[in-house]
Design a protein around this ligand. Structure first.
Ligand code: G16
Length: 583
Protein backbone atom coordinates (compact mmCIF):
# COMPACT_ATOMS: atom_id res chain seq x y z
CA UNK A 1 0.00 0.00 0.00
CA UNK A 2 1.25 3.49 -0.88
CA UNK A 3 1.94 5.52 2.26
CA UNK A 4 1.48 9.25 2.79
CA UNK A 5 2.60 11.74 5.39
CA UNK A 6 0.96 14.88 6.75
CA UNK A 7 2.37 18.35 6.14
CA UNK A 8 1.35 21.42 8.12
CA UNK A 9 1.38 24.32 5.67
CA UNK A 10 1.70 27.87 6.95
CA UNK A 11 -1.04 30.18 5.67
CA UNK A 12 -2.57 33.58 6.30
CA UNK A 13 -6.23 34.66 6.14
CA UNK A 14 -7.53 35.74 2.75
CA UNK A 15 -10.32 38.31 2.59
CA UNK A 16 -13.76 37.68 1.17
CA UNK A 17 -14.40 34.03 2.04
CA UNK A 18 -17.89 34.58 3.44
CA UNK A 19 -20.26 31.91 2.07
CA UNK A 20 -23.27 33.41 0.26
CA UNK A 21 -26.81 32.08 -0.18
CA UNK A 22 -25.33 28.73 -1.12
CA UNK A 23 -21.59 28.43 -0.53
CA UNK A 24 -18.55 30.38 -1.67
CA UNK A 25 -18.65 31.45 -5.33
CA UNK A 26 -15.82 33.38 -6.95
CA UNK A 27 -14.00 33.66 -10.24
CA UNK A 28 -11.75 30.68 -11.03
CA UNK A 29 -8.67 32.88 -10.88
CA UNK A 30 -9.56 33.84 -7.30
CA UNK A 31 -9.87 30.17 -6.32
CA UNK A 32 -6.56 29.38 -8.04
CA UNK A 33 -4.51 31.81 -6.00
CA UNK A 34 -2.19 30.11 -3.50
CA UNK A 35 -3.92 28.74 -0.37
CA UNK A 36 -7.36 30.11 -1.33
CA UNK A 37 -9.24 26.81 -1.69
CA UNK A 38 -7.08 25.19 1.03
CA UNK A 39 -7.93 27.92 3.57
CA UNK A 40 -11.63 27.46 2.95
CA UNK A 41 -11.50 23.66 3.15
CA UNK A 42 -9.44 23.69 6.37
CA UNK A 43 -11.78 26.33 7.84
CA UNK A 44 -14.65 23.97 7.07
CA UNK A 45 -12.95 20.97 8.72
CA UNK A 46 -12.23 23.16 11.74
CA UNK A 47 -15.89 24.25 11.93
CA UNK A 48 -17.11 20.65 12.17
CA UNK A 49 -17.09 18.48 15.27
CA UNK A 50 -14.17 16.03 15.40
CA UNK A 51 -16.28 12.92 14.78
CA UNK A 52 -17.58 14.46 11.54
CA UNK A 53 -14.00 14.56 10.25
CA UNK A 54 -11.73 12.00 11.91
CA UNK A 55 -12.56 8.50 10.72
CA UNK A 56 -15.50 9.88 8.72
CA UNK A 57 -16.71 9.26 5.18
CA UNK A 58 -17.10 12.36 3.01
CA UNK A 59 -18.30 12.96 -0.54
CA UNK A 60 -16.41 15.25 -2.93
CA UNK A 61 -17.84 15.99 -6.37
CA UNK A 62 -19.77 18.57 -8.33
CA UNK A 63 -21.05 19.82 -11.64
CA UNK A 64 -17.74 19.21 -13.40
CA UNK A 65 -17.01 22.84 -14.11
CA UNK A 66 -13.51 24.10 -14.89
CA UNK A 67 -11.06 23.66 -11.96
CA UNK A 68 -13.18 20.87 -10.38
CA UNK A 69 -10.65 18.13 -11.18
CA UNK A 70 -7.78 20.03 -9.53
CA UNK A 71 -9.96 20.98 -6.58
CA UNK A 72 -11.03 17.36 -6.02
CA UNK A 73 -7.39 16.21 -5.78
CA UNK A 74 -6.56 19.01 -3.33
CA UNK A 75 -9.56 18.16 -1.15
CA UNK A 76 -8.70 14.44 -1.20
CA UNK A 77 -5.19 15.27 0.03
CA UNK A 78 -6.48 17.58 2.73
CA UNK A 79 -9.13 15.07 3.84
CA UNK A 80 -6.46 12.38 4.19
CA UNK A 81 -4.30 14.72 6.27
CA UNK A 82 -7.24 15.70 8.48
CA UNK A 83 -7.96 12.08 9.41
CA UNK A 84 -10.94 11.39 7.13
CA UNK A 85 -11.19 7.62 6.51
CA UNK A 86 -13.13 7.39 3.22
CA UNK A 87 -13.66 9.79 0.37
CA UNK A 88 -16.39 9.07 -2.17
CA UNK A 89 -16.13 10.61 -5.62
CA UNK A 90 -18.67 10.38 -8.46
CA UNK A 91 -17.03 9.07 -11.62
CA UNK A 92 -15.15 11.92 -13.36
CA UNK A 93 -15.92 14.06 -10.32
CA UNK A 94 -19.54 14.40 -11.41
CA UNK A 95 -22.50 14.44 -9.04
CA UNK A 96 -25.46 16.77 -9.32
CA UNK A 97 -26.28 18.69 -6.13
CA UNK A 98 -29.46 16.62 -5.57
CA UNK A 99 -27.49 13.43 -6.24
CA UNK A 100 -24.96 14.42 -3.55
CA UNK A 101 -27.83 14.85 -1.13
CA UNK A 102 -29.20 11.44 -2.14
CA UNK A 103 -25.76 9.84 -1.81
CA UNK A 104 -25.27 11.22 1.72
CA UNK A 105 -28.69 9.97 2.78
CA UNK A 106 -28.92 6.66 0.94
CA UNK A 107 -25.58 5.26 -0.15
CA UNK A 108 -23.68 2.56 1.68
CA UNK A 109 -20.00 2.17 0.80
CA UNK A 110 -18.33 -1.11 -0.20
CA UNK A 111 -17.26 -1.52 3.43
CA UNK A 112 -20.66 -0.60 4.87
CA UNK A 113 -19.78 3.04 5.66
CA UNK A 114 -22.22 6.00 5.40
CA UNK A 115 -21.25 9.56 4.50
CA UNK A 116 -21.45 12.31 7.10
CA UNK A 117 -21.08 15.23 4.74
CA UNK A 118 -19.95 16.51 1.35
CA UNK A 119 -17.98 19.18 -0.41
CA UNK A 120 -20.02 20.14 -3.47
CA UNK A 121 -18.01 21.86 -6.17
CA UNK A 122 -20.34 24.12 -8.11
CA UNK A 123 -21.25 27.72 -8.75
CA UNK A 124 -24.69 26.46 -9.77
CA UNK A 125 -26.20 28.57 -12.57
CA UNK A 126 -23.15 30.84 -12.93
CA UNK A 127 -21.05 30.30 -16.09
CA UNK A 128 -17.89 28.16 -15.99
CA UNK A 129 -14.47 28.20 -17.64
CA UNK A 130 -11.05 29.70 -16.90
CA UNK A 131 -12.47 33.23 -16.75
CA UNK A 132 -15.78 32.37 -15.12
CA UNK A 133 -16.97 31.06 -11.75
CA UNK A 134 -16.07 28.24 -9.42
CA UNK A 135 -17.77 27.44 -6.14
CA UNK A 136 -17.69 25.21 -3.10
CA UNK A 137 -20.20 24.45 -0.39
CA UNK A 138 -20.48 21.99 2.44
CA UNK A 139 -23.51 19.77 3.07
CA UNK A 140 -24.25 18.07 6.37
CA UNK A 141 -25.22 14.53 7.33
CA UNK A 142 -28.91 15.19 6.60
CA UNK A 143 -27.88 15.83 2.97
CA UNK A 144 -28.68 19.55 3.15
CA UNK A 145 -26.51 22.68 2.96
CA UNK A 146 -24.71 23.66 6.15
CA UNK A 147 -26.92 25.90 8.31
CA UNK A 148 -25.93 29.49 9.08
CA UNK A 149 -24.42 28.45 12.44
CA UNK A 150 -21.82 26.40 10.54
CA UNK A 151 -21.26 28.78 7.62
CA UNK A 152 -20.71 31.61 10.11
CA UNK A 153 -18.10 29.46 11.90
CA UNK A 154 -16.39 28.64 8.60
CA UNK A 155 -16.20 32.33 7.78
CA UNK A 156 -14.85 33.15 11.23
CA UNK A 157 -12.18 30.48 10.79
CA UNK A 158 -11.13 31.90 7.41
CA UNK A 159 -10.32 35.16 9.20
CA UNK A 160 -7.90 33.61 11.69
CA UNK A 161 -6.45 30.62 9.85
CA UNK A 162 -2.66 30.23 10.04
CA UNK A 163 -2.11 26.68 8.79
CA UNK A 164 -3.75 23.81 6.95
CA UNK A 165 -3.05 20.09 6.80
CA UNK A 166 -2.32 18.35 3.52
CA UNK A 167 -0.90 15.00 2.38
CA UNK A 168 1.36 16.47 -0.28
CA UNK A 169 2.91 13.14 -1.19
CA UNK A 170 -0.43 11.41 -1.81
CA UNK A 171 -0.58 10.50 -5.49
CA UNK A 172 -3.44 11.91 -7.58
CA UNK A 173 -6.31 9.43 -7.72
CA UNK A 174 -7.71 8.33 -11.08
CA UNK A 175 -11.32 9.53 -10.87
CA UNK A 176 -12.24 8.43 -14.39
CA UNK A 177 -12.70 4.75 -13.44
CA UNK A 178 -14.88 3.27 -10.70
CA UNK A 179 -13.14 1.38 -7.91
CA UNK A 180 -11.39 1.82 -4.59
CA UNK A 181 -7.83 3.11 -4.12
CA UNK A 182 -6.31 2.67 -0.66
CA UNK A 183 -3.43 4.51 0.97
CA UNK A 184 -1.72 4.12 4.33
CA UNK A 185 -1.36 7.17 6.56
CA UNK A 186 -0.21 7.97 10.09
CA UNK A 187 -3.64 7.00 11.43
CA UNK A 188 -4.31 3.92 9.30
CA UNK A 189 -5.92 3.23 5.98
CA UNK A 190 -7.42 5.98 3.78
CA UNK A 191 -9.71 4.95 0.89
CA UNK A 192 -10.94 6.79 -2.15
CA UNK A 193 -13.98 5.16 -3.72
CA UNK A 194 -15.01 6.27 -7.21
CA UNK A 195 -18.57 5.22 -8.08
CA UNK A 196 -21.18 5.57 -10.79
CA UNK A 197 -22.62 9.11 -10.59
CA UNK A 198 -26.18 8.15 -11.48
CA UNK A 199 -27.02 4.80 -9.90
CA UNK A 200 -27.98 5.86 -6.33
CA UNK A 201 -30.03 8.77 -7.65
CA UNK A 202 -31.82 6.68 -10.28
CA UNK A 203 -32.71 4.12 -7.61
CA UNK A 204 -34.19 6.86 -5.43
CA UNK A 205 -36.26 8.32 -8.29
CA UNK A 206 -37.63 4.85 -9.06
CA UNK A 207 -38.79 4.52 -5.46
CA UNK A 208 -40.69 7.85 -5.63
CA UNK A 209 -42.42 7.87 -9.03
CA UNK A 210 -44.53 5.44 -11.02
CA UNK A 211 -42.03 4.87 -13.83
CA UNK A 212 -44.46 2.65 -15.72
CA UNK A 213 -47.06 5.39 -16.18
CA UNK A 214 -44.38 7.90 -17.23
CA UNK A 215 -42.99 5.35 -19.65
CA UNK A 216 -46.45 5.01 -21.26
CA UNK A 217 -46.66 8.78 -21.64
CA UNK A 218 -43.19 9.08 -23.15
CA UNK A 219 -43.82 6.31 -25.65
CA UNK A 220 -47.15 7.72 -26.80
CA UNK A 221 -47.01 9.12 -30.35
CA UNK A 222 -49.15 12.03 -29.08
CA UNK A 223 -46.51 13.15 -26.61
CA UNK A 224 -43.14 14.77 -27.17
CA UNK A 225 -40.62 16.16 -24.74
CA UNK A 226 -37.37 18.12 -24.74
CA UNK A 227 -34.90 18.18 -21.83
CA UNK A 228 -32.09 20.72 -21.99
CA UNK A 229 -29.23 20.18 -19.50
CA UNK A 230 -27.45 23.32 -20.79
CA UNK A 231 -24.28 21.18 -20.77
CA UNK A 232 -24.45 20.91 -17.00
CA UNK A 233 -24.22 17.77 -14.89
CA UNK A 234 -27.95 17.07 -15.47
CA UNK A 235 -26.83 15.44 -18.70
CA UNK A 236 -25.24 12.62 -16.69
CA UNK A 237 -28.69 11.75 -15.31
CA UNK A 238 -30.90 12.55 -18.30
CA UNK A 239 -29.83 9.61 -20.42
CA UNK A 240 -29.97 6.94 -17.69
CA UNK A 241 -33.37 8.17 -16.48
CA UNK A 242 -35.28 9.50 -19.47
CA UNK A 243 -33.83 7.27 -22.18
CA UNK A 244 -32.65 4.06 -20.51
CA UNK A 245 -35.29 3.76 -17.76
CA UNK A 246 -38.24 5.57 -19.30
CA UNK A 247 -37.76 4.83 -22.98
CA UNK A 248 -37.66 8.43 -24.23
CA UNK A 249 -36.08 9.00 -27.62
CA UNK A 250 -32.50 10.29 -27.51
CA UNK A 251 -33.64 13.14 -29.72
CA UNK A 252 -35.65 14.45 -26.72
CA UNK A 253 -32.34 15.37 -25.05
CA UNK A 254 -30.60 18.67 -25.76
CA UNK A 255 -27.13 19.77 -24.57
CA UNK A 256 -26.82 16.69 -22.37
CA UNK A 257 -23.04 16.25 -22.52
CA UNK A 258 -21.55 17.83 -19.36
CA UNK A 259 -18.84 20.34 -20.27
CA UNK A 260 -16.31 22.23 -18.14
CA UNK A 261 -17.45 25.54 -19.60
CA UNK A 262 -21.07 24.57 -20.27
CA UNK A 263 -20.35 24.97 -23.97
CA UNK A 264 -19.64 28.67 -23.42
CA UNK A 265 -23.23 29.24 -22.29
CA UNK A 266 -24.82 30.49 -19.10
CA UNK A 267 -26.25 27.37 -17.44
CA UNK A 268 -29.24 29.16 -15.96
CA UNK A 269 -32.60 27.64 -16.87
CA UNK A 270 -34.70 30.71 -17.58
CA UNK A 271 -36.27 32.33 -20.63
CA UNK A 272 -33.16 34.43 -21.29
CA UNK A 273 -30.41 31.82 -21.08
CA UNK A 274 -32.09 28.57 -22.18
CA UNK A 275 -32.36 30.01 -25.69
CA UNK A 276 -32.34 26.80 -27.69
CA UNK A 277 -35.05 25.15 -25.62
CA UNK A 278 -37.12 28.33 -25.60
CA UNK A 279 -36.97 28.44 -29.42
CA UNK A 280 -37.77 24.75 -29.71
CA UNK A 281 -40.82 25.20 -27.49
CA UNK A 282 -42.10 27.98 -29.75
CA UNK A 283 -41.45 30.77 -27.26
CA UNK A 284 -38.45 32.45 -28.80
CA UNK A 285 -38.04 35.38 -31.12
CA UNK A 286 -36.80 33.11 -33.90
CA UNK A 287 -38.80 29.97 -33.36
CA UNK A 288 -37.68 26.61 -34.61
CA UNK A 289 -39.20 24.78 -37.49
CA UNK A 290 -42.08 22.41 -36.98
CA UNK A 291 -44.47 21.76 -34.13
CA UNK A 292 -42.93 22.32 -30.67
CA UNK A 293 -42.86 19.44 -28.17
CA UNK A 294 -45.69 19.12 -25.63
CA UNK A 295 -43.36 19.48 -22.65
CA UNK A 296 -39.96 21.07 -22.18
CA UNK A 297 -37.63 21.43 -19.23
CA UNK A 298 -34.16 22.78 -18.53
CA UNK A 299 -31.65 22.41 -15.71
CA UNK A 300 -28.83 24.57 -14.37
CA UNK A 301 -25.15 23.64 -14.05
CA UNK A 302 -25.58 21.43 -10.97
CA UNK A 303 -29.07 20.25 -11.96
CA UNK A 304 -30.88 21.40 -8.85
CA UNK A 305 -32.89 24.07 -10.67
CA UNK A 306 -35.53 23.49 -13.29
CA UNK A 307 -37.59 25.44 -15.76
CA UNK A 308 -40.84 23.91 -16.98
CA UNK A 309 -42.43 24.81 -20.31
CA UNK A 310 -45.45 23.69 -22.26
CA UNK A 311 -45.90 24.13 -25.97
CA UNK A 312 -45.56 27.91 -26.48
CA UNK A 313 -46.19 28.27 -22.75
CA UNK A 314 -44.06 29.25 -19.75
CA UNK A 315 -44.84 27.94 -16.28
CA UNK A 316 -43.58 30.28 -13.57
CA UNK A 317 -41.60 28.44 -10.87
CA UNK A 318 -44.04 29.80 -8.26
CA UNK A 319 -46.96 28.24 -10.15
CA UNK A 320 -44.98 25.06 -10.73
CA UNK A 321 -44.55 24.26 -7.02
CA UNK A 322 -48.19 25.13 -6.33
CA UNK A 323 -49.38 22.82 -9.13
CA UNK A 324 -47.12 19.98 -8.02
CA UNK A 325 -48.42 20.35 -4.45
CA UNK A 326 -52.04 20.44 -5.62
CA UNK A 327 -51.64 17.25 -7.68
CA UNK A 328 -48.99 15.26 -5.82
CA UNK A 329 -51.20 13.01 -3.73
CA UNK A 330 -53.04 11.57 -6.71
CA UNK A 331 -50.14 11.46 -9.21
CA UNK A 332 -46.99 10.52 -7.28
CA UNK A 333 -46.73 7.28 -5.23
CA UNK A 334 -44.33 8.85 -2.70
CA UNK A 335 -47.14 11.22 -1.65
CA UNK A 336 -50.08 8.80 -1.79
CA UNK A 337 -50.46 8.94 1.99
CA UNK A 338 -50.69 12.74 2.01
CA UNK A 339 -48.50 15.84 2.44
CA UNK A 340 -47.02 16.84 5.79
CA UNK A 341 -46.95 20.49 4.82
CA UNK A 342 -45.63 22.86 2.18
CA UNK A 343 -43.19 25.79 2.16
CA UNK A 344 -41.91 28.53 -0.09
CA UNK A 345 -39.25 31.23 0.10
CA UNK A 346 -40.47 34.72 0.91
CA UNK A 347 -40.12 36.25 -2.59
CA UNK A 348 -41.91 33.28 -4.21
CA UNK A 349 -45.50 34.08 -5.19
CA UNK A 350 -48.36 33.17 -2.88
CA UNK A 351 -49.77 30.58 -5.33
CA UNK A 352 -48.63 27.85 -2.93
CA UNK A 353 -50.32 29.59 0.03
CA UNK A 354 -53.68 29.35 -1.71
CA UNK A 355 -53.21 25.62 -2.36
CA UNK A 356 -52.16 25.07 1.27
CA UNK A 357 -55.28 26.87 2.49
CA UNK A 358 -57.56 24.90 0.15
CA UNK A 359 -56.04 21.56 1.12
CA UNK A 360 -55.70 22.49 4.77
CA UNK A 361 -51.95 21.92 4.80
CA UNK A 362 -49.31 23.30 7.14
CA UNK A 363 -47.60 26.22 5.40
CA UNK A 364 -44.26 27.99 5.94
CA UNK A 365 -42.64 31.10 4.45
CA UNK A 366 -38.83 31.03 4.80
CA UNK A 367 -35.97 33.28 3.66
CA UNK A 368 -34.26 32.64 0.33
CA UNK A 369 -31.86 29.70 0.57
CA UNK A 370 -32.67 26.01 0.39
CA UNK A 371 -31.05 25.41 3.78
CA UNK A 372 -34.12 26.90 5.48
CA UNK A 373 -36.37 24.10 4.20
CA UNK A 374 -34.14 21.37 5.64
CA UNK A 375 -35.04 22.00 9.29
CA UNK A 376 -38.76 21.83 8.48
CA UNK A 377 -38.28 18.57 6.62
CA UNK A 378 -36.12 17.01 9.32
CA UNK A 379 -38.88 17.86 11.80
CA UNK A 380 -41.51 16.19 9.58
CA UNK A 381 -43.30 19.48 8.88
CA UNK A 382 -42.86 19.82 5.14
CA UNK A 383 -43.17 17.51 2.13
CA UNK A 384 -42.98 19.87 -0.87
CA UNK A 385 -41.32 23.24 -1.23
CA UNK A 386 -40.20 25.64 -3.90
CA UNK A 387 -38.73 28.96 -4.83
CA UNK A 388 -39.26 31.53 -7.53
CA UNK A 389 -35.61 31.04 -8.53
CA UNK A 390 -36.46 27.84 -10.43
CA UNK A 391 -36.06 25.55 -7.43
CA UNK A 392 -38.55 22.83 -6.56
CA UNK A 393 -38.19 19.79 -4.36
CA UNK A 394 -39.45 17.54 -1.62
CA UNK A 395 -38.34 15.80 1.54
CA UNK A 396 -36.89 12.85 -0.40
CA UNK A 397 -33.57 14.75 -0.09
CA UNK A 398 -32.44 18.09 1.39
CA UNK A 399 -31.65 19.98 -1.83
CA UNK A 400 -33.85 21.23 -4.60
CA UNK A 401 -34.05 18.73 -7.39
CA UNK A 402 -34.39 19.61 -11.07
CA UNK A 403 -34.94 16.11 -12.42
CA UNK A 404 -37.37 15.31 -9.60
CA UNK A 405 -39.43 18.35 -10.70
CA UNK A 406 -39.45 17.13 -14.30
CA UNK A 407 -40.53 13.66 -13.18
CA UNK A 408 -43.22 15.25 -11.00
CA UNK A 409 -44.58 17.14 -14.00
CA UNK A 410 -44.40 14.04 -16.20
CA UNK A 411 -46.32 12.15 -13.50
CA UNK A 412 -49.01 14.82 -13.38
CA UNK A 413 -49.32 14.91 -17.18
CA UNK A 414 -49.45 11.10 -17.27
CA UNK A 415 -52.15 11.05 -14.58
CA UNK A 416 -54.29 13.68 -16.30
CA UNK A 417 -54.04 11.74 -19.55
CA UNK A 418 -54.38 8.22 -18.27
CA UNK A 419 -57.73 7.77 -20.04
CA UNK A 420 -57.01 9.57 -23.29
CA UNK A 421 -53.36 9.01 -24.18
CA UNK A 422 -53.97 7.15 -27.39
CA UNK A 423 -57.40 8.52 -28.24
CA UNK A 424 -58.61 12.08 -27.65
CA UNK A 425 -56.81 15.38 -27.32
CA UNK A 426 -54.01 15.48 -24.80
CA UNK A 427 -54.49 17.45 -21.57
CA UNK A 428 -51.54 19.79 -22.08
CA UNK A 429 -49.24 21.65 -19.69
CA UNK A 430 -51.13 24.82 -20.56
CA UNK A 431 -54.48 23.14 -19.76
CA UNK A 432 -53.15 22.00 -16.39
CA UNK A 433 -51.95 25.51 -15.52
CA UNK A 434 -55.10 27.28 -16.73
CA UNK A 435 -57.31 24.84 -14.82
CA UNK A 436 -55.22 25.50 -11.75
CA UNK A 437 -55.73 29.26 -12.12
CA UNK A 438 -59.46 28.75 -12.62
CA UNK A 439 -59.62 26.86 -9.31
CA UNK A 440 -57.18 28.83 -7.16
CA UNK A 441 -56.85 32.21 -8.89
CA UNK A 442 -53.77 33.44 -10.68
CA UNK A 443 -50.65 35.11 -9.29
CA UNK A 444 -49.21 37.28 -12.03
CA UNK A 445 -45.52 37.34 -11.31
CA UNK A 446 -42.26 38.68 -12.65
CA UNK A 447 -38.71 39.18 -11.42
CA UNK A 448 -36.31 41.91 -12.58
CA UNK A 449 -32.60 41.29 -12.00
CA UNK A 450 -30.02 44.07 -12.11
CA UNK A 451 -26.78 42.13 -12.28
CA UNK A 452 -23.29 43.35 -11.44
CA UNK A 453 -24.45 46.71 -10.14
CA UNK A 454 -21.96 48.79 -8.17
CA UNK A 455 -22.08 47.28 -4.64
CA UNK A 456 -22.16 50.69 -2.94
CA UNK A 457 -25.06 51.88 -5.11
CA UNK A 458 -27.01 48.69 -4.38
CA UNK A 459 -26.52 49.15 -0.63
CA UNK A 460 -27.70 52.75 -0.85
CA UNK A 461 -30.82 51.71 -2.73
CA UNK A 462 -31.62 49.10 -0.10
CA UNK A 463 -30.97 51.55 2.74
CA UNK A 464 -33.28 54.06 1.04
CA UNK A 465 -36.04 51.43 0.80
CA UNK A 466 -35.62 50.35 4.43
CA UNK A 467 -35.99 53.95 5.54
CA UNK A 468 -38.94 54.56 3.23
CA UNK A 469 -40.93 51.57 4.46
CA UNK A 470 -40.95 52.93 7.99
CA UNK A 471 -43.53 55.59 7.06
CA UNK A 472 -46.56 54.09 5.33
CA UNK A 473 -48.50 57.34 4.75
CA UNK A 474 -45.48 58.76 2.96
CA UNK A 475 -45.02 55.63 0.85
CA UNK A 476 -48.70 55.63 -0.12
CA UNK A 477 -48.52 59.31 -1.08
CA UNK A 478 -45.58 58.53 -3.41
CA UNK A 479 -47.30 55.43 -4.83
CA UNK A 480 -50.53 57.28 -5.57
CA UNK A 481 -48.52 60.02 -7.24
CA UNK A 482 -47.02 57.41 -9.56
CA UNK A 483 -50.20 55.42 -10.31
CA UNK A 484 -53.66 56.05 -8.96
CA UNK A 485 -54.89 52.65 -10.22
CA UNK A 486 -52.96 50.47 -7.75
CA UNK A 487 -54.31 49.65 -4.31
CA UNK A 488 -52.89 51.02 -1.06
CA UNK A 489 -49.88 49.53 0.62
CA UNK A 490 -51.17 47.92 3.79
CA UNK A 491 -47.83 47.10 5.38
CA UNK A 492 -44.12 47.07 4.69
CA UNK A 493 -41.19 45.51 6.49
CA UNK A 494 -37.75 44.00 6.29
CA UNK A 495 -38.37 40.24 6.33
CA UNK A 496 -37.09 38.44 9.41
CA UNK A 497 -37.48 34.71 10.03
CA UNK A 498 -37.59 32.76 13.23
CA UNK A 499 -36.98 29.10 12.49
CA UNK A 500 -39.90 27.23 14.09
CA UNK A 501 -37.68 24.21 14.79
CA UNK A 502 -34.48 25.60 16.31
CA UNK A 503 -35.60 29.15 17.08
CA UNK A 504 -32.69 30.73 15.15
CA UNK A 505 -33.37 34.17 13.72
CA UNK A 506 -32.38 35.38 10.25
CA UNK A 507 -32.60 39.14 9.72
CA UNK A 508 -32.45 41.47 6.70
CA UNK A 509 -33.97 38.98 4.28
CA UNK A 510 -35.46 41.49 1.86
CA UNK A 511 -37.83 44.45 1.93
CA UNK A 512 -41.53 43.80 1.36
CA UNK A 513 -44.28 46.20 0.36
CA UNK A 514 -47.61 44.41 0.79
CA UNK A 515 -50.67 45.92 -0.92
CA UNK A 516 -54.25 45.71 0.32
CA UNK A 517 -55.33 43.62 -2.70
CA UNK A 518 -52.64 40.97 -2.09
CA UNK A 519 -50.11 42.43 -4.54
CA UNK A 520 -46.48 42.54 -3.39
CA UNK A 521 -43.24 44.27 -4.25
CA UNK A 522 -40.09 42.69 -2.83
CA UNK A 523 -36.55 44.00 -3.08
CA UNK A 524 -33.50 42.00 -2.06
CA UNK A 525 -29.82 41.61 -2.82
CA UNK A 526 -28.76 38.31 -4.32
CA UNK A 527 -26.40 36.18 -2.28
CA UNK A 528 -25.08 34.10 -5.17
CA UNK A 529 -23.26 36.53 -7.47
CA UNK A 530 -19.50 36.63 -7.70
CA UNK A 531 -18.97 40.24 -8.80
CA UNK A 532 -20.55 43.54 -7.74
CA UNK A 533 -24.11 43.25 -6.48
CA UNK A 534 -27.30 41.90 -8.00
CA UNK A 535 -30.54 43.61 -7.07
CA UNK A 536 -33.64 41.48 -7.42
CA UNK A 537 -37.08 43.04 -7.69
CA UNK A 538 -40.05 40.67 -7.39
CA UNK A 539 -43.48 41.85 -8.52
CA UNK A 540 -46.70 39.97 -7.89
CA UNK A 541 -50.42 40.51 -8.30
CA UNK A 542 -53.21 38.14 -7.31
CA UNK A 543 -56.30 37.81 -9.50
CA UNK A 544 -59.24 35.75 -8.26
CA UNK A 545 -61.73 36.80 -10.93
CA UNK A 546 -61.70 33.99 -13.50
CA UNK A 547 -62.59 36.41 -16.30
CA UNK A 548 -59.32 38.24 -15.68
CA UNK A 549 -56.84 35.37 -15.38
CA UNK A 550 -56.00 35.14 -19.07
CA UNK A 551 -54.14 38.42 -19.51
CA UNK A 552 -50.55 38.77 -20.65
CA UNK A 553 -48.43 38.89 -17.54
CA UNK A 554 -46.50 42.00 -18.64
CA UNK A 555 -49.70 43.90 -19.30
CA UNK A 556 -51.27 42.87 -15.98
CA UNK A 557 -48.18 43.86 -14.03
CA UNK A 558 -47.35 47.10 -15.86
CA UNK A 559 -48.78 49.45 -13.20
CA UNK A 560 -46.91 47.69 -10.38
CA UNK A 561 -43.66 47.64 -12.38
CA UNK A 562 -44.02 51.37 -12.87
CA UNK A 563 -44.57 51.88 -9.15
CA UNK A 564 -41.65 49.63 -8.19
CA UNK A 565 -39.11 51.32 -10.45
CA UNK A 566 -40.09 54.85 -9.52
CA UNK A 567 -40.61 54.17 -5.82
CA UNK A 568 -37.16 52.62 -5.54
CA UNK A 569 -35.49 55.25 -7.77
CA UNK A 570 -33.88 52.27 -9.49
CA UNK A 571 -32.37 54.23 -12.37
CA UNK A 572 -31.20 57.05 -10.14
CA UNK A 573 -29.33 54.69 -7.78
CA UNK A 574 -28.01 52.14 -10.29
CA UNK A 575 -27.69 54.09 -13.53
CA UNK A 576 -29.57 51.25 -15.21
CA UNK A 577 -32.53 52.00 -17.44
CA UNK A 578 -33.42 48.31 -17.80
CA UNK A 579 -32.83 45.06 -15.92
CA UNK A 580 -30.26 42.51 -17.12
CA UNK A 581 -32.73 39.63 -16.96
CA UNK A 582 -36.50 39.50 -16.69
CA UNK A 583 -38.16 36.24 -15.72
C1 G16 B 1 -29.29 29.19 -4.31
C2 G16 B 1 -30.14 28.82 -3.13
C3 G16 B 1 -31.59 29.10 -3.42
C4 G16 B 1 -31.77 30.55 -3.85
C5 G16 B 1 -30.87 30.85 -5.02
C6 G16 B 1 -30.88 32.30 -5.45
O1 G16 B 1 -29.58 28.40 -5.40
O2 G16 B 1 -30.00 27.48 -2.79
O3 G16 B 1 -32.32 28.84 -2.28
O4 G16 B 1 -33.09 30.81 -4.20
O5 G16 B 1 -29.54 30.54 -4.67
O6 G16 B 1 -30.38 33.07 -4.44
P1 G16 B 1 -30.07 34.60 -4.63
O7 G16 B 1 -31.40 35.24 -4.95
O8 G16 B 1 -29.51 34.99 -3.31
O9 G16 B 1 -29.12 34.76 -5.78
P2 G16 B 1 -28.45 27.87 -6.40
O10 G16 B 1 -29.19 27.12 -7.45
O11 G16 B 1 -27.76 29.10 -6.91
O12 G16 B 1 -27.57 27.03 -5.54
Amino acid sequence: MVMFSVTRKQSVPIDGQKPGTSGLRKKVKVFMQPHYLQNFVQSTFNALTTEKVRGATLVVSGDGRYYSKDAIQIIIKMAAANGVRHIWVGQNGLLSTPAVSAVIRERVGVDGSKASGAFILTASHNPGGPHEDFGIKYNMENGGPAPEGITDKIYKNTKTINEYLIAEDLLDVDITATGVTSFGGPEGQFNVEVFNSASDYVKLMKSIFDFESIQKLLSSPNFSFCYDALHGVGGAYAKPIFVEELGAKESFLLNCTPKEDFGGGHPDPNLTYAKELVARMGLGKSDSQGEPPEFGAAADGDADRNMVLGKRFFVTPSDSVAIIAANAVESIPYFYSGLKGVARSMPTSAALDVVAKHLNLKFFEVPTGWKFFGNLMDAGLCSICGEESFGTGSDHIREKDGIWAVLAWLSIIAYKNKENLSAGRLVTVEDIVRNHWATYGRHYYTRYDYENVDAGAAKELMAYLVKLQSSLPEVNKIVKGIRSDVSNIASADEFEYKDPVDGSISKHQGIRYLFEDGSRLVFRLSGTGSEGATIRLYIEQYEKDSSKIGRESQEALAPLVDVALKLSKMQEFTGRSAPTVIT
